[in-house]
Design a protein around this ligand. Structure first.
Ligand SMILES: [Ca+2]
Ligand SMILES: [Ca+2]
Length: 509
């Protein structure tokens, strides 16, 4: 197995040598040998937890296309985001740095008063090494904002991305929820209009907003073709129809299943009837063994509504159904994209990377949304598919703890580009060669300043800024129902993970 991957890696290096050789023969006017380096299709799915068929997070998840990708490559079943919120997670992925280094711990840019060290974005580093870098949809979070200009050097911005990204039209905004044909109530001069939610739920937050972030769900009457993620896919497919001499990095960022959980009618119809929808597996006494901070994080409406509201209005099943329908919708788009790739000139020599920026709670620990330290929020799908023209391990899973920060050095190594000195993750190439190997690695997730979750192959350790702790044996308790931190028999494990956490944090500064 190692041999086949080594051969593959040698094959990556060969075209570079060929280029140099041709150039040196010709001297004054170097002949341009066609660049044989691999292409990348880089698929980001927003707020996708493990509710996909190949991860088994929900028994009724229907994701045949994502499952096929897992069969074509390696599925990382214990991958965690660097921070369970969009901007902080995506900044870590695209800069290759942990949030403590970037200072970007939230959705609101860098910590006040802390100037983040500038970074070379992943696509920019690829572009500097001869890649054509194109993208559409949500790859960054709010690119073009002052934050990005501050954090990423202006000249390092991903200009082809900004110029070519698909813009949402008024019709498409409907699918994002920003101009949804919900019933709008005129509030009067100087006041914001009220929009009645599609789900009929009186939202505690955002009930009166139309900013696309509302805690709402349901099928829409917007046609498939008008949905933003459909258009993003069509745009990406058109780029795969364009041959080019340079190797290609194509970023495709899907907005679903981010709230509002709107999807075309057909994707709701492809899911079970709402009365047959299975609810997430929860322990109703789950919060009893948490400290006050943990309980508050669980019960607060941080990034979505509260569980008590959902339950009170008997909406748990319909919200879970809508989340599944949004995933089914995105999976259909992944299927269209993969078909276009397989029928294109890029079919043989393209790596596919599919990832989500963080997970999502749907009532687990009585919580809805993200930005919690628990696995439901930090664990993400991560699938890496080697090109068809390479001998490689396929259809395997890797249970080692890995981080989304690892994506940056992994792609550079695959592309044969020198590692970036600023990058802090570990290349996953050794695990792609031998996914069964055990690395003893512990990966860090930061949940706002001073709150950390450490994930290893079998354990999770959480420590809040107040010193409050939690300890879970994932091998026997994957839902993190039983906090072992006070149990005497796990004292050694607790100390071991405390020390690992401290070493990891210090190592990241
Ligand atoms: Ca997100
Ligand atoms: Ca518990």
């Amino acid at each position: 197995m190692n041999c086949s991957m080594n051969c593959s890696m040698n094959r990556l290096a060969l075209p570079l040598l060929l280029c140099c050789f041709v150039a040196s023969l010709d001297g004054l006017s170097p002949l341009r040998a066609e660049d044989q380096r691999p292409h990348f299709v880089f698929i980001a799915v927003d707020d996708l937890n493990d509710w996909i068929g190949c991860m088994g997070g929900h028994p009724q998840a229907k994701t045949p296309n994502i499952d096929r990708l897992a069969q074509r490559g390696i599925l990382f079943t214990n991958a965690h985001c660097a921070a369970p919120v969009c901007l902080a997670s995506r900044t870590a992925v695209l800069s290759g740095r942990y949030p403590q280094t970037t200072g970007v711990l939230s959705n609101w840019g860098a910590e006040r008063g802390k100037a983040p060290p500038k970074a070379q974005q992943l696509p920019v580093r690829l572009a500097a090494n001869g890649y054509a870098t194109l993208g559409a949809g949500k790859i960054f979070h709010g690119s073009g904002t002052p934050f990005f200009q501050d954090y990423f050097d202006t000249e390092q911005r991903w200009s082809p991305f900004t110029s070519e990204q698909v813009k949402y039209t008024a019709q498409e905004q409907a699918s994002k929820g920003t101009d949804h044909p919900r019933h709008r109530i005129q509030a009067g001069p100087g006041q914001r209009d009220w929009v009645l939610p599609l789900n009929g739920l009186p939202s505690e937050r955002n009930a009166d907003t139309n900013d696309g972030e509302s805690f709402d769900w349901g099928p829409t009457q917007v046609s498939d073709e008008e949905f933003g993620d459909t258009r993003i896919t069509s745009w990406a497919m058109s780029k795969l129809a364009e041959p080019r001499k340079e190797p290609l990095f194509l970023g495709v960022g899907y907005y679903r299943p981010h709230i509002p959980l709107f999807a075309p009618q057909q994707d709701f119809q492809d899911c079970p009837p709402v009365q047959d929808l299975r609810l997430p597996n929860v322990d109703e006494h789950d919060l009893n063994d948490l400290g006050p901070v943990g309980q508050k994080v669980a019960l607060d409406a941080i990034t979505a509504g509260t569980h008590s509201l959902v339950v009170k209005h008997q909406q748990w099943q319909s919200a879970a159904l809508a989340y599944l329908a949004c995933i089914t919708y995105v999976d259909r788009q992944v299927g269209r994209l993969m078909q276009a790739l397989d029928e294109s000139t890029y079919a043989e020599n393209t790596w596919i990377i599919l990832w989500s920026d963080h997970g999502w709670h749907l009532g687990e620990k009585q919580h809805w949304g993200k930005w919690t330290p628990w696995r439901q929020s930090t664990r993400v799908p991560l699938i890496i598919v080697p090109p068809r023209n390479q001998q490689a391990i396929r259809g395997a899973t890797c249970a080692e703890a890995v981080s989304l920060v690892d994506v940056y050095p992994t792609l550079l190594e695959i592309a044969g580009i020198a590692p970036a000195s600023h990058a802090q993750g570990a290349s996953l190439v050794p695990l792609l060669k031998a996914p069964e190997q055990q690395t003893e690695r512990a990966v860090l997730t930061t949940v706002g300043a001073g709150n950390y979750a450490l994930s290893t192959r079998d354990w999770r350790y959480i420590r809040y800024s107040t010193g409050e702790e939690e300890l879970y044996d994932i091998a026997t308790d994957p839902h993190e129902w039983t906090n072992l931190v006070q149990k005497a028999q796990f004292k050694d494990k607790r100390i071991e993970l405390q020390q690992k956490l401290d070493a990891t944090i210090i190592g990241r500064r």
